[in-house]
Design a protein around this ligand. Structure first.
Ligand code: G3P
Length: 221
């Protein structure tokens, strides 16, 4: 199972990378805007900075929604760095573009996926990654984790190569549930990744060990 961080914040990417468990990064236009990054030059420079930090797949999303525009932007993004994965929305022209990128050996991440039907189309087009937004599915009173299970079942039956990249993760529990459900990759905010470290019994147990060690050292004096 691979871990990506879902942010464009360089400090957070660095922190997750320092933990030694980070495999890649996903971004989107909202996350770039949150960092105050705008304009083609600044956006591209930021992607290059992220690639240099992580040395793993970095999803960079196209803004165009027409076939020609997606192809032009995607090719330019892919040229920025060997680790760039072109993120393409789940729309008709997006699927056509994914098919083209796949034929050219350009890696893609099909984003804004909310149904198993969409997942089948993306896999047929040859997407490298598929991003079901499980938190947003939950927000609309459906079951995001169940969607991962459904897609995993279908991909397993047909042995599709597309990797399920569970996105829109809201908690550490989401990460565990996605792992149980066969997601190949989970992209999560730093808080959800770091939350995996936590258990009250770990803290209580460690405090006890350290206290006993100190007591024994004191007794020996
Ligand atoms: O990777 C997609 C993700 O950034 C969307 O997350 O929390 O905006 O639904 P969220």
């Amino acid at each position: 199972m691979k871990f990506f961080i879902d942010t464009a914040n360089l400090d957070q990417i660095r922190e997750a990378h320092d933990l030694g468990i980070l495999d890649g990064v996903t971004t989107n236009p909202s996350l770039m805007a949150k960092e105050g990054i705008s304009g083609e030059e600044a956006v591209n420079a930021h992607y290059v900075k992220i690639c240099k930090l992580v040395h793993g797949p970095v999803s960079a999303e196209v803004i165009a929604t027409d076939y020609e525009g997606i192809i032009k932007e995607g090719k330019a993004l892919a040229k920025l760095n060997e680790h760039i994965v072109v993120k393409v929305p789940m729309i008709k022209d997006g699927i056509k573009a994914i098919k083209y990128f796949s034929s050219q050996g350009i890696k893609t991440n099909c984003t804004l996926v909310f149904s198993a039907g969409q997942a089948i189309l993306a896999a047929k087009a040859g997407a490298t990654y598929l991003s079901p937004f499980i938190g947003r599915v939950d927000d609309s009173n459906w079951d995001g984790v169940q969607l991962i299970q459904e897609i995993n079942q279908i991909y397993s039956i047909y042995q599709f190569d597309t990797q399920i990249l569970a996105a829109s993760i809201r908690s550490s529990l989401h990460i565990v549930k996605c792992a149980q459900s066969g997601a190949h990759v989970v992209t999560a905010p730093l808080s959800a990744i770091m939350g995996l470290l936590k258990h009250p019994l770990t803290d209580i147990g460690l405090a006890q060990f350290l206290a006993d060690h100190a007591k024994a050292a004191e007794a020996k004096k």
